[in-house]
Design a protein around this ligand. Structure first.
Ligand code: NOJ
Length: 737
């Protein structure tokens, strides 16, 4: 009680009379050194709760992770506010990566929607759910560019493209943070993992990266910059060392670029143990040296390694770390807490009505799962019409946990709508549904039930096979070297294809899998990623034609693992592949070495992917025409307007994602052939036409030139507007001085 009075006496006048900076300085001036170091320490709350309370009471903790019981959380908060020496509220954090209770499609799936508005709204719903349980800091969005599907964490990001990742990261930031961080329904977002983590060697998680500065600036920085520009309150440093320097101890990255160049004034938190991680990296002899390197690099908060807690006192006393460096880190943490309104109201918001699993939240999750689903093939089977009997099979047809995907900490599988449940509900008595999972889970190797499967398939008008990956196969530390279907799933599809019934294969997975053969033998193919709580309903509605697929691939699908990395916006190279290579039968015997020509391709696989970035089919067709540019010449500070007419040339309403790509042939340095610079979802009734206009600020075309400056270079550019990254309508323009 005495402490509460102190808290009120100390802080209330400040909030009434002071500005943000004044308030922070006033609080800082009353803090002991130990109080300050405590603010830079973040620990997991899942251990011994009594021990945790002791730490909080002693002022040794600034943030606690992974507590979601509002009663426990409020009790810890009460201890911090009323019993700790400085009375500073705690900040409760959690990996709220794709939904909270209601699980959304994995971020890679969300990216397939190309729908910023819906992604933002779904993130807002997630914030409403998470804040109801006291979480005010989400460790998301993750915006690591990933061009290697072996890397398990490809599931957590927005795919291979810099522009798309930036747009969607900003949407999530807006959704989590709302109009104001101080809204009790807002959570601070955290842009992670800064930076280059997705480029881990060989797709092995946590591995080394070698990304040169030019590529950092052109490919890996922009999504983070977009998040910072959207007001993202925090950034998490990554585990990897890039070119010899672990990110958490990289001053150039965290201070010169992030704060100096981009003006970021939020908190930088380390990744889990990544301060102490400098020791196994071989970049620091011990935790003390690691703490010194990381705090001076600009990492404000030490997640879970206690390196700051145990070493900052001696580092400051010895003069190795200036006091001002510690003060500055504490200021940033206090600023974040202040912006979240925690000094005014530190406790969990009291919800009049719960939003957990509420109808509007579930509805948005369902629409997002629908928009995330990409139709990769359809030989006239989908949507199902006039069928009397369907065989539903495969290990993902009823896998309520697995379809939620990685980072499902809070989603409860008893709320999951699986495809079999949803299909039964939607089809009612009109259609008979035969169900035989055939395999108990995706790694099941037993073919014992294939005989029964065969006989059921022969009785059905159509077969729906749900295959893919278990939840545990993707995400952190879950990389794979072989990306073909596991267990006897491929064999199961062969058996089904052999039965002569139309075969619809639906994939649920955390990454692009290698699915060439499966695509060949299926009559239709849907890729639903791990679609979350409402995935079954979303897919079932697509299958029966109540919804029309509109998802587009946010990542290239290679033909085989040997092609990785494969991404659409690669460079020209001096020996461009023609696209016809890759057939061993074309290679003559004992011919001269040069007989095959000299192109950048494999002898045994075509240089093209199985499915390109941006690709996805619909139940209708679209025709683009009339590409027009507002100008043929623009200046570096100008805006180019690009118009194109989209027509629904099919028989049902549908949505197309019109994509704008820009490329240039020559520059001061070599450049990608083309890069996405705009996209627009257009929904049209049959025969309806609409002209869409893109506004392309020329500044978007800046890149890191030969002089290492990011600038727009004058010269000739090409524009391509299409429905995928492969081809489209083309035009040209020039940037002039
Ligand atoms: C490690 C992961 O890399 C990061 O993404 C996550 O936010 C933290 N652990 C906290 O759980």
């Amino acid at each position: 009680m005495k402490r509460l009075v102190t808290f009120i006496l100390l802080f209330v006048p400040l909030f009434v009379f002071g500005g943000e900076d004044e308030r922070i300085e006033a609080i800082l001036s009353r803090m002991s050194f130990e109080d300050k170091v405590g603010q830079l320490n973040q620990l997991d709350g899942r251990g011994d709760i009594e021990k945790l309370k002791k730490e909080i009471r002693a002022g040794r903790l600034g943030s606690v992770m992974n507590i979601v019981d509002p009663a426990v959380l409020d009790e810890l908060q009460r201890i911090a506010v009323e019993e700790s020496p400085a009375g500073i509220p705690l900040l409760f954090a959690r990996d709220v990566v794709h939904g909270f209770k209601t699980v959304l499609p994995i971020p890679l799936g969300q990216a397939a929607s190309f729908d910023e508005e819906l992604v933002e709204r779904a993130a807002r719903n997630t914030a409403a759910e998470a804040t109801e349980c006291g979480i005010r800091w989400a460790f998301a969005p993750m915006m690591d560019i990933a061009r290697d599907p072996r890397w398990g964490r490809i599931a957590e990001g927005f795919g291979e493209d810099t522009y798309l990742a930036g747009r969607l990261a900003a949407a999530v930031v807006r959704g989590y943070q709302g109009e104001s961080l101080s809204d009790p329904m807002s959570m601070a977002a955290c842009a992670k993992h800064f930076v280059g983590y997705g480029a881990a060697e060989g797709g092995r998680d946590y591995n080394t990266t070698y990304i040169p500065e030019r590529q950092l600036r052109d490919t890996y920085f922009p999504p983070f910059r977009a998040a910072v520009e959207a007001g993202c309150a925090s950034v998490m440093s990554s585990f990897n060392d890039n070119d010899g320097v672990p990110a958490t101890g990289n001053r150039w990255l965290l201070t010169d670029v992030l704060r100096g160049e981009w003006g970021f004034d939020g908190v930088v938190v380390s990744d889990w143990g990544s301060v102490a991680g400098l020791v196994p990296h071989g970049a620091a002899a011990d935790k003390r040296e690691a703490a010194k390197k990381c705090i001076t690099a600009g990492t404000d908060m030490d997640m879970s390694s206690r390196s700051y807690l145990l070493n900052l006192r001696s580092l400051v006393d010895s003069g190795e770390v200036p006091m001002e460096v510690v003060d500055e880190a504490v200021r940033r943490v206090l600023r974040l807490k202040m912006r979240l309104g925690l000094f005014d109201n530190p406790y969990t918001r009291k919800a009049a009505t719960s939003v957990l699993y509420s109808e509007p939240v579930l509805d948005d999750a369902c629409t997002l799962a629908q928009e995330a689903t990409v139709m990769l093939k359809n030989e006239g089977v989908l949507p199902l019409t006039g069928v009397r009997r369907i065989l539903v099979t495969g290990p993902m047809a009823d896998a309520p946990y697995d379809q939620l995907g990685t980072w499902t900490l809070d989603g409860d599988k008893t709320h999951t709508l699986t495809p079999i449940t949803a299909l039964r509900e939607l089809c009612g008595d009109d259609v008979e549904i035969l169900y035989e999972p055939a395999l108990t889970h995706c790694r099941d190797n037993s073919t014992a039930r294939f005989g029964r499967l065969r006989s059921l398939a022969r009785k059905a008008d159509v077969v729906l096979a749900f295959v893919g990956e278990e939840q545990i196969m993707s995400g952190e530390a879950h990389s794979l070297a072989d990306l073909t279907l596991q267990g006897a799933q491929s064999e199961m599809l062969e058996v089904l294809a052999d039965c002569g019934r139309p075969l619809v294969t639906v994939f649920m997975a955390g990454r692009p899998l290698i699915i060439g053969r499966e695509a060949e033998i299926s009559d239709a193919l849907l890729y639903a990623w791990h679609p979350g709580t409402m995935g079954g309903k979303a897919i079932a509605e697509i299958v029966i034609g109540r919804a029309n697929p509109s998802g587009k691939l946010p990542v290239t699908f290679p033909r085989c693992v040997g092609q990785i990395p494969m991404y659409y916006n690669h460079k020209h190279t001096s020996h461009i592949a023609r696209g016809t290579e890759g057939n061993l039968d074309d290679i003559p015997r004992e011919a001269v070495q040069s007989v095959m020509g000299h192109t950048s391709s494999y002898l045994d696989v075509p240089p093209t992917p199985l499915f390109p970035f941006g690709f996805g089919l619909s139940y209708t067709t679209f025709v683009l025409s009339g590409l027009e540019l507002s100008d043929t010449e623009v200046t570096a500070d100008g805006v180019l307007k690009v118009r194109v007419t989209v027509e629904n040339s099919g028989k049902v309403a549908g949505t197309e994602v019109v994509q704008l790509y820009v490329g240039r042939k020559s520059a001061s340095v070599t450049r990608p052939m083309k890069e996405l610079k705009g996209f627009r979802r257009v929904t049209l009734a049959p025969a309806e036409k609409r002209t869409v206009e893109f506004e392309l600020p020329v500044s978007e075309l800046a890149f890191c030139g030969a002089d290492m400056r990011v600038a727009v270079e004058p010269g000739a550019y090409t524009i391509m507007v299409g429905t995928d990254s492969r081809d489209g309508l083309k035009s040209r323009f020039s940037i002039v001085k």
